[in-house]
Design a protein around this ligand. Structure first.
Ligand code: SF4
Ligand code: SF4
Length: 141
């Protein structure tokens, strides 16, 4: 019998709750993210880093506002840099760890109401791999 879970929208529908933009250990930005976002908001990349990023080990994360949300989150507009949001925001929840450890999906779903739980691992791994590949090939390296 055919599985009922074939494509990403069978297993995920963002509820626009904003929870993933709140705290959450930091949103890492790649070099490409820094260039894309600073271009989008028309700020020099060095100034962007100084104003909107914090150091986390050897990498940068987006600064949090006083309310604990990402500095680019707005309660009404949600992500104010949506077209150029960081790779890790674009990727969620179709991330490498789920391909390797599909059991992580249900744990992630505890903090993301958009994720359906208890998807058969085989279907989950296939869908996540397809979406990750699509994003990775669309990102200009
Ligand atoms: S936590 Fe999940 S449902 Fe809520 S905004 Fe983030 S991705 Fe969407
Ligand atoms: S960049 Fe946008 S999607 Fe990513 S954490 Fe910030 S507000 Fe949320």
């Amino acid at each position: 019998m055919d599985s009922e879970f074939k494509t990403w929208d069978d297993i995920f529908k963002c509820q626009q709750c904003g929870d993933c933009c709140n705290g959450f250990g930091g949103t890492y930005v790649t070099r490409e993210d820094i260039i894309n976002i600073s271009t989008y908001i028309k700020v020099d990349p060095e100034k962007f880093i100084a104003r909107y990023c914090d150091k986390s080990g050897s990498r940068y994360v987006l600064t949090l506002a006083k309310n604990g949300y990402c500095i680019f989150f707005d309660k009404i507009r949600q992500c104010t840099i949506h077209p150029v949001k960081p790779y890790m925001c674009k990727a969620w929840p179709f991330i490498q760890t789920v391909i390797k450890y599909p059991e992580n999906w249900n744990t992630m779903a505890n903090s993301c109401p958009g994720m359906k739980k208890d998807i058969p691992f085989k279907d989950l791994q296939k869908i996540v791999a397809v979406e990750k590949e699509k994003l990775d090939t669309s990102v200009i390296k």
